[in-house]
Design a protein around this ligand. Structure first.
Ligand SMILES: *Cc1c(COP(=O)(O)O)cnc(C)c1O
Length: 387
């Protein structure tokens, strides 16, 4: 047998967490009490009322058959109403909303609808790897837009070359941002809408962290911007908002032609999410949202403990007003990889080297706020000892 893999698989960048996972496993096998701030996966369980709804829903035999790929209309209605209450959007559930099997699924599948070989996709770097990979799998070309501190981790739209813009079909954006924790200032989305119109580029906004915000900050939807519904779509996820990463449920909203094309692509590769999961997700979206305030409170405490501690030991840690990441410059004299290796080997703490998310992430490391306050204090103590 010849198991030669396709070029698209051979061209995949090395998976960010493989080397880290190996080092972590090695430390665990040495008996080290490892503290994992590596992967962005909430440690807090899904709120009980959502789990309880699932327990009931799973017993409904009508849910045991194939779901529709686009999602139940009742789920899409609940998603549209949530967007209305939260952002003031007025969306037609039938044509402007589609369910996803987690937003990663929709993000990976969207290029099937719009990217042909030779087309360009504009992708922020450092960033979520799936934007590039979806492009690669369609034979498209990624043009990376660097996110740097000098530009407040926003892409410099005016620096994108004209020949790239001519071939560009999609632009990915993600605010609040993973991994930099940056937020979009008020002027930015209106500028993006104008840019999209001028260059005929579909804007794809990943809003996975829209509810993970602190100190009274409320993240906007891209679609609130006047004209945005004409140029783009937005990917929402229940994963971070309701601690539901394992459930695999999200939704995509926005321009009806783009949504229709996404539905068409998706319906040929997946058969939708289990309807019991959709019903539990409806309970989450339709609830009084007090679980979100509780989640925000927990992460605020963890953030404050970590940031204060890191600053006391001389690290220049910014305090994020959104996401559950601290994106911190490494101390001078280290590369991102050297610093993260040292922190793992000598302090037993897993962090992610910034360059793993793209070259402009070099010089940073990312810590996820995924352990309780007591463990955060332990993180600071261990870092103090090695620095
Ligand atoms: C966590 C995350 C998502 C959400 O992924 P799901 O597939 O919905 O679990 C999407 N985008 C970014 C940038 C993320 O960090």
């Amino acid at each position: 047998m010849n198991f030669k893999k396709t070029e698209r698989l051979q061209k995949l960048p090395p998976y960010l967490f493989v080397e880290l996972d190996r080092k972590k496993a090695e430390a665990v096998s040495r008996g080290v009490d490892v503290i994992d701030l590596g992967i962005g996966d909430p440690d807090i369980p899904t709120p009980k009322f959502i789990v309880d709804r699932m327990v009931k829903a799973v017993q409904n035999p009508s849910y045991h058959r194939y779901p529709s790929s686009e999602g139940m209309l009742s789920f899409r209605q609940a998603a549209a109403e949530w967007c209305s209450r939260r952002f003031g959007l007025s969306l037609d559930p039938a044509s402007e909303v589609v369910a996803s099997i987690g937003s990663k699924e929709a993000i990976a599948h969207l290029p099937l609808a719009f990217v042909d070989p030779g087309d360009v996709v504009l992708v922020p770097t450092p960033g979520y790897p799936v934007y590039h990979i979806g492009t690669l799998f369609c034979g498209g070309e990624t043009f990376y837009m660097p996110l740097t501190a000098d530009n407040d981790f926003l892409p410099d739209l005016d620096s994108i070359p004209a020949d790239i813009l001519k071939r560009a079909r999609l632009m990915w954006l993600n605010y609040p941002n993973n991994p930099t924790a940056a937020i979009a200032p008020d002027w930015f989305f209106p500028k993006v809408v104008e840019f999209a119109r001028e260059h005929d580029i579909i804007i794809c906004h990943d809003a996975a962290y829209s509810e993970m915000t602190y100190d009274g900050y409320k993240a906007p939807s891209f679609l609130e911007t006047p004209g945005a519904m004409d140029v783009g779509i937005e990917f929402h996820s229940l994963s971070k908002t309701y601690n539901m990463t394992g459930w695999r449920i999200g939704f995509t909203v926005g321009n009806r032609e783009v949504i229709a094309a996404l539905k068409q692509a998706k319906s040929n590769v997946d058969s939708g999410q289990f309807e019991a999961v959709q019903e539990a997700a409806m309970a989450a979206l339709s609830s009084d949202q007090s679980c979100i305030a509780e989640m925000q409170h927990i992460y605020t405490e963890r953030r404050d403990t970590l940031v204060k501690g890191l600053r006391e030991i001389g690290l220049d840690a910014p305090s994020p007003s959104a996401t559950f990441y601290v994106w911190c410059p490494v101390p001078s004299g280290y590369t991102s990889a050297d610093f993260c290796s040292r922190v793992l080997e000598e302090a037993g703490i897993v962090t992610t080297p910034g360059n793993g998310f793209g070259d402009p992430g070099e010089g940073y490391f990312r810590m996820a706020l995924t352990v309780p306050v007591e463990r955060m204090q332990e993180v600071v103590e261990r870092m103090r000892k090695i620095l």
